[in-house]
Design a protein around this ligand. Structure first.
Ligand SMILES: Cc1ncc(COP(=O)(O)O)c(C=O)c1O
Length: 452
C-alpha cells in the first residue's frame, strides 16, 4: 500500500474503508495523515497542520513520542498478551491499576480496563445495575444522562448520549435511559427567579429522580465538561449540588472523564475543580495519549466490596478479551510518567487560559460570536450564531459550520465543529505560538466565511 499514490489512496479509502460517522459527503477529499510531532501532523502530500483537537481529544502528550513506541515494543517482546480473566493477571495491568488508584479521586479504589470510552461506559452502567442487585435493590436500573452529552455509540452508550442525531437510524434505544438538560450557561431554559443555571440544572436531576422514583434509578452520568457536545463548562455551583442530590437519593454518580481525564483541564481529573468525587469514573483517550486503545472504569471501595462479597453465581459477569492488555497498560504507564515528568497539567492550565483569553478578545466584538467557552484547561469553543441578540442559529443550508471548518483546514488547522461551534483541544504540549495561531486561524476562517 505504501507505493499507492495519494489519489489512489483516496480511491481505495472511499471504496473499502467504512469510517466512523460514515458518509461520502464528508469523505470527498479525505486528509490522509502520515506523521505527527508535538502538536503538528503532516499529510500524505507533505502539508503540515496544527492538531487543534489533539486527534479526537486524546493525543495529550503530543505526537511522535519515541518513548511510547519503545514501551510498547519492549512489552510485546516480553509478553504481548495473555488473558486477564479472573485467575490470571499481568504486571503492567497490576502496576497501572495501582498507579491510577494513587492519581484519581481518593474514594476510587479499583480499576477495570476496557479498550475505549464507550466500552468503559457500558461497564459503568452494568456495574451500577450490578451494585444495586447485589444490594437487593434489583429495580434500580435506570440511567439519567444529559442532553448534549456524548458517551459513545455502542447501544447503551448511544442511549446515554444526549445528541438525537446519533439515535435516528438506530432506534429503538435501550429502555431505561432518560435525559435532562445540561447546565449550559448560554442556552439553558427554565431558571426560576433568583435561581442560577447551575442550581436549576441540578434541580432537574432532583426532579427527574423523584418523578421516576429513587428506587428505580441506578445512576446519573455526566461529563465534568461536555466535550463533543460543544465544550460546555458547568457553572461552579452545579457539581457540588449534583453530588448532594445523588447521595441523598442513593443514585450512583458516574463521571465520564474520557476527555477531561489525564491533565486536559489542568488537573489529573476534572471534578477536582469543584472538590467532588464520583462513585464510578470512566476514562479512556488520554490514558495512553492515543498511542494504543485503552479505557476503563474506576469504582469506589463500596462497589469493589460488593463485587468481592457476592457469591460466585451472582458474580460481576462482565468481560472483555482485551481488558488489562499488557502492551496497552505498559504504554499507559509510560504516558503517565511523561505527564508527571513534564507536569503537563500546568501547561494545560496555562495554555488553556491563553487560548480562552485570546479567543474571547478576538471574538469580543464579533457580530456572530454568540458564546466563547473555556477557561478550565485546554478545552475551548466559539459558537457562531446568526443573531447575537436572539441567539438564533444560522439556517442549516448556509453550511456555516462546514465552511468554517474547510477554511481552517486551508489555513493549516484541523479541528472539529459541533454545529456552528468551533472546538479546540490541542495536545497539552502546545506552545504559546501555536495557541496564538489557532486563534488567528479561527478568526480569519470566520471572516472568510461570514465577511466579518
Ligand atoms: C466523553 C466521552 N465519553 C465516551 C466517548 C466514547 O469513547 P470511544 O470513542 O473510545 O468509544 C467519547 C469519545 O469521544 C467521549 O468524548
Amino acid at each position: 500500500m505504501a507505493s499507492l499514490s495519494a489519489s489512489d489512496l483516496v480511491k481505495h479509502d472511499q471504496d473499502h474503508l467504512i469510517h466512523s460517522l460514515h458518509h461520502p459527503m464528508d469523505n470527498a477529499e479525505p486528509l490522509i495523515f502520515v506523521k505527527g510531532r508535538g502538536a503538528v501532523i503532516t499529510d500524505v502530500q507533505g502539508r503540515e497542520y496544527l492538531d487543534g483537537l489533539a486527534g479526537l481529544w486524546n493525543t495529550n502528550v503530543g505526537h511522535g513520542r519515541a518513548e511510547l513506541a519503545q514501551a510498547a515494543a519492549a512489552q510485546m517482546r516480553e509478553l504481548a498478551y495473555f488473558s486477564a480473566y479472573a485467575g490470571s493477571s499481568n504486571i503492567p495491568a497490576i502496576t497501572l491499576a495501582d498507579r491510577l488508584v494513587s492519581l484519581a479521586y481518593k474514594n476510587l479504589q479499583a480499576v477495570f480496563f476496557t479498550c475505549g470510552g464507550a466500552e468503559a461506559n457500558e461497564a459503568a452502567f452494568k456495574t451500577a445495575r450490578f451494585f444495586w442487585k447485589a444490594k437487593d435493590k434489583p429495580e434500580k436500573v435506570k440511567i439519567i444522562a444529559r442532553l448534549d452529552a456524548y458517551h459513545g455509540t455502542t447501544l447503551q452508550a448511544m442511549s446515554a448520549t444526549g445528541i438525537p442525531t446519533y439515535w435516528a437510524m438506530f432506534e429503538p434505544r435501550v429502555p431505561g435511559f432518560l435525559h435532562i438538560q445540561a447546565p449550559h450557561p448560554y442556552r439553558f431554559q427554565g431558571c426560576r427567579p433568583g435561581e442560577t443555571v447551575g442550581q436549576a440544572a441540578a434541580r432537574e436531576l432532583d426532579e427527574a429522580i423523584l418523578r421516576e422514583g429513587p428506587d428505580t434509578v441506578a445512576a446519573f452520568i455526566a461529563e465534568p465538561i461536555i466535550g463533543g457536545g460543544g465544550v460546555l463548562v458547568p457553572p461552579d455551583d452545579y457539581f457540588p449540588r449534583i453530588r448532594e442530590i445523588c447521595t441523598k437519593h442513593r443514585v450512583l454518580f458516574i463521571a465520564d472523564e474520557v476527555i477531561t481525564g489525564f491533565c486536559r483541564t489542568g488537573h489529573w481529573f476534572a471534578l477536582t475543580h469543584w472538590g467532588v468525587q464520583p462513585d464510578i469514573m470512566s476514562f479512556a483517550k488520554g490514558v495512553t495519549s492515543a498511542y494504543l486503545p485503552l479505557g476503563g472504569i474506576m469504582v469506589s471501595r463500596e462497589i469493589k466490596d460488593a463485587m468481592d462479597s457476592v457469591p460466585p453465581e451472582r458474580r460481576w459477569m462482565h468481560a472483555y478479551t482485551y481488558s488489562g492488555h499488557p502492551t496497552c497498560c505498559a504504554v499507559a504507564l509510560k504516558n503517565i510518567e511523561i505527564m508527571e515528568r513534564e507536569r503537563l497539567w500546568e501547561n494545560a492550565a496555562k495554555m488553556g487560559a491563553r487560548l480562552h483569553d485570546g479567543l474571547s478578545r478576538a471574538f469580543a466584538e464579533h457580530p456572530h460570536a454568540g458564546d466563547v467557552r473555556g477557561g478550565k484547561g485546554l478545552m475551548a469553543a466559539v459558537e457562531l450564531v446568526a443573531d447575537r441578540a436572539t441567539k438564533a442559529a444560522f439556517p442549516a443550508d448556509q453550511k456555516v459550520g462546514p465552511r468554517v471548518h474547510a477554511e481552517m483546514i486551508k489555513r493549516g488547522v484541523v479541528t472539529r465543529m459541533r454545529g456552528e461551534a468551533v472546538l479546540f483541544a490541542p495536545p497539552l504540549v502546545v506552545t504559546e505560538a501555536q495557541v496564538d495561531r489557532l486563534i488567528s486561524v479561527a478568526r480569519d476562517a470566520v471572516k472568510a466565511v461570514l465577511g466579518v
